[in-house]
Design a protein around this ligand. Structure first.
Ligand SMILES: CC(C)(COP(=O)(O)OP(=O)(O)OC[C@H]1O[C@@H](n2cnc3c(N)ncnc32)[C@H](O)[C@@H]1OP(=O)(O)O)[C@@H](O)C(=O)NCCC(=O)NCCS
Length: 145
């Protein structure tokens, strides 16, 4: 199934807001201009955002509609977001904070244990809604996306 990824439009915001709540994703500092959506046959199936923290990018709030999982849409969206961040500034590192390490690793990220921005540790401990031992900070290693 083919998907088309584009910047989120105003009419997409209620869908994204509802899914962020439902999938317990990061809702901090939501700025709709950060979001991209994926559509297939005109139906929204995935979303995610790029947060520009100044000296690094963070990919966050990424989700795939429950009924459309395991079809490769999540990977397509993550690959797209990474490429878009690299296109904006190829020198800036790209991070993600996640409980689905295997999924993120499949898109070229590696787990980092230290030397990452302090905000991401704060997020791991205080913003993510799972036990911090299940949350990893991942850094894009380049290449596979
Ligand atoms: C995590 C999520 C985005 C994956 O989306 P998806 O479209 O089902 O993922 P894909 O089909 O693109 O899968 C890509 C790879 O990741 C793996 N994967 C997908 N979900 C996984 C999970 N929950 N745990 C471990 N691996 C997973 C797949 O097996 C696949 O690996 P393969 O290529 O070796 O077969 C989706 O399950 C989701 O929206 N979950 C709820 C929101 C969430 O947890 N977001 C955090 C994302 S960092």
């Amino acid at each position: 199934m083919d998907i088309e990824i584009s910047k989120a439009r105003k009419e997409d915001f209620p869908y994204i807001r509802e899914k962020i709540k439902k999938y317990l994703l990061d809702s901090t500092g939501i700025d709709w201009a950060q979001f991209f959506v994926a559509r297939t046959e005109d139906k929204l199936v995935s979303f995610g955002r790029i947060i520009d923290h100044g000296d690094f990018f963070e990919i966050a709030s990424l989700g795939v509609d429950y009924y459309h999982r395991k079809k490769g849409f999540g990977r397509r969206m993550l690959d797209f977001l990474v490429q878009e961040a690299a296109r904006r500034d190829g020198q800036k590192p790209v991070y993600g904070v996640t409980h689905v390490e295997r999924f993120v690793a499949g898109c070229g990220f590696v787990r980092v244990e230290n030397n990452y921005p302090a905000y991401l540790d704060y997020k791991r401990k205080h913003i993510c809604r799972l036990d911090e031992s299940r949350i990893s900070v991942m850094k894009w290693a380049g290449g596979s996306a």
